[in-house]
Design a protein around this ligand. Structure first.
Ligand SMILES: C[S@@+](CC[C@H](N)C(=O)[O-])C[C@H]1O[C@@H](n2cnc3c(N)ncnc32)[C@H](O)[C@@H]1O
Length: 236
């Protein structure tokens, strides 16, 4: 686990729905779907990027995410990657988070899923909101790097070329800075040829901005009765 330098931070205040679903009063939104956060991660982000079909054939995969939040998407991804990737393959998961949760809130938010308990406890025990960069190696060649800061500032500074993007800010109407046209263009610029994105939202402005950035964008049926979500590809 490494850091470049520590900073002083204000941890985000949370409310809890049904005792375990984290809700941000600041953004007036939940961190994941009330209909099931793990199932949403699997449907929207993992399947939405076509990863189960891609993984068995790749020696390495880089996934990038806007909004690390509770780490649920990461843990769900690591779980399926371990089942599907060839032996010895490497997963690099790069995420951005400007309001990191406390380790205790993270552990509480992940406690709904006993099947993730081992990795969730390890993540929460290593989680350091005060770091500028958190880099953790998990078993089976899984590497997590979280940039603790505004993605609008951190992403343009990186060399990254992701194979798949998870666009997971709070609702675009409440968290517009994580969905701006400029940031969507940065996402495109940091996607390798043939790389993909997926997101739970189907907001028209986000769709137009991703298309204008260069992605081929599709509308698909959304998770748990939501009419639509978006997925797309950078042409090879
Ligand atoms: C819907 S939650 C993400 C849920 C997360 N993917 C998970 O698996 O739990 C959105 C996250 O985006 C973060 N966020 C919002 N604006 C941001 C920004 N400008 N830069 C980085 N992170 C941001 C929020 O603090 C929040 O943690």
């Amino acid at each position: 686990m490494t850091e470049d330098k520590s900073k002083s931070i204000d941890l985000p205040a949370l409310d809890w729905i049904d005792g375990t679903i984290p809700f941000s009063p600041r953004f007036a939104d939940t961190y994941y779907s009330k209909a099931g956060g793990l199932a949403e991660a699997e449907y929207v982000f993992i399947a939405g990027n076509g990863l189960p079909a891609r993984w068995p054939a790749v020696p390495e995969c880089t996934i990038a995410e806007l909004g690390f939040g509770t780490g649920l998407n990461f843990l769900a991804t690591m779980r399926h990657w371990r089942d599907l990737a060839p032996p010895g393959a490497t997963l690099r998961y790069v995420s951005f988070e400007h309001l990191p949760l406390s380790p205790a809130d993270m552990a509480k938010a992940l406690s709904r899923w006993p099947e993730l308990a081992d990795v969730a406890n390890r993540l929460a025990s290593l989680w350091r909101p005060e770091f500028e960069i958190l880099q953790v190696a998990f078993a089976d060649k899984v590497e997590l790097i979280v940039f603790m800061g505004d993605a609008n500032i951190r992403l343009p500074q990186l060399e990254l070329k992701a194979d798949a993007w998870y666009l997971d800010g709070f609702a675009p109407s409440r968290n517009p800075e994580l969905w701006s046209a400029t940031l969507m263009a940065e996402v495109f610029a940091h996607t390798g040829p043939g790389g993909t994105f997926a997101t739970y939202t189907a907001a028209g402005q986000v769709r137009r901005d991703l298309r204008a950035a260069g992605f081929v964008v599709e509308r698909r049926p959304g998770f748990a009765g939501k009419r639509e979500m978006l997925a797309g590809k950078r042409p090879a």
